[in-house]
Design a protein around this ligand. Structure first.
Ligand SMILES: Cc1cc2nc3c(=O)[nH]c(=O)nc-3n(C[C@H](O)[C@H](O)[C@H](O)COP(=O)(O)O)c2cc1C
Ligand code: SF4
Ligand code: SF4
Length: 268
């Protein structure tokens, strides 16, 4: 049975995961969610549908939270969600279930896949070893996800009851505020004098939130917080809150290129 896999990604983890799942399923179309921003209603033309995206602030990215309820699921028999994350999936699967309900359907399977953590606003990126470990972990998880989806089994990784309690508390304390202010948190982004005016930050932004003024970036206040501009800048010139990120590394998935990220604005 054919599958439509909608994806959103900033640093490529979710795209790498979506590609591996599509390869495993054998008959899947990859569609970038940001290419459908202008569509009020998105008719799913296959009987199986999947969403692959990162976890942001213990939940799903705003662009995904707004996308799922716009899906017309009338022809869909089976829906699944794969949330890639750095170790704290929070309420991503539970919120996925709520969003599919809003679209008039059901989420049958929800997976939380631990990948490389890219939130350099709060911590540094880890080394090469961690990237290799992530690759192996992803392969193992994809080997579980693909047969589950093919068999159309119900499987919801909501976390243990204690984790859910903790996640609800973390979301209430921190996550909700971040989500509410996410779009304008780009006011904390600045470009150092080392910016070489290459324009990569504007190219990779999946929602056209970066404008180049005399070759240097300015942010427009409708940010998804995907961090693509920050991580793909070839000279690490983009900082969050001034000095905070200057000494931290940058990351993107080794199999994902600037072109791949820039391609999210187009239907593939
Ligand atoms: C704004 C932001 C918030 C994040 N919040 C979380 C989080 O709550 N829990 C977590 O485990 N990882 C969190 N992360 C890490 C990402 O979920 C993780 O690195 C993900 O695989 C990135 O996917 P991508 O490469 O497809 O963009 C966050 C990353 C960003 C940029
Ligand atoms: S990607 Fe970096 S170097 Fe290139 S224009 Fe943007 S900030 Fe400047
Ligand atoms: S401005 Fe940067 S962080 Fe915000 S959506 Fe665009 S690429 Fe992502």
């Amino acid at each position: 049975m054919r599958t439509t896999l909608y994806y959103f990604t900033g640093t490529g983890n979710s795209l790498a995961c979506a590609r591996a799942i599509a390869a495993g399923l054998g008959d899947a179309d990859l569609v970038p969610i940001s290419s459908l921003r202008g569509e009020e209603r998105v008719r799913v033309l296959t009987e199986r549908v999947g969403i692959v995206c990162p976890v942001y602030f213990y939940t799903l990215p705003l662009i995904v939270r707004e996308f799922i309820p716009r899906l017309d699921l009338s022809g869909v028999r089976y829906a699944f969600l794969v949330a890639t994350m750095g170790g704290l999936p929070g309420l991503a699967v539970l919120h996925g279930e709520e969003l599919f309900k809003k679209a008039g359907g059901d989420l049958h399977a929800g997976f939380a896949v631990r990948m490389f953590a890219n939130y350099i606003a709060e911590y540094n990126v880890r080394g090469e070893g961690a990237v290799r470990a992530m690759g192996r972990r992803m392969e193992r998880r994809v080997k579980e996800i693909v047969p589950t989806v093919q068999a159309e089994r119900c499987h919801l990784e909501r976390g243990w009851p204690f984790d859910r309690l903790l996640s609800r508390a973390m979301f209430a304390l921190l996550g909700r505020k971040f989500v509410e202010t996410a779009r304008t948190r780009d006011r904390l982004f600045t470009a150092d004098p080392s910016c070489n005016r290459c324009g990569t930050c504007a190219r990779v932004c999946p929602v056209e939130n970066v404008r180049l003024v005399e070759g240097r970036p300015e942010w427009l206040g409708h940010c998804e917080q995907c961090f693509a501009c920050i991580h793909f800048c070839p000279v690490a010139a983009i900082q969050i809150r001034g000095k905070r990120t200057r000494l931290r590394g940058r990351y993107h998935h080794p199999d994902v290129t600037v072109e791949d990220i820039a391609g999210q604005r187009r239907v593939s």
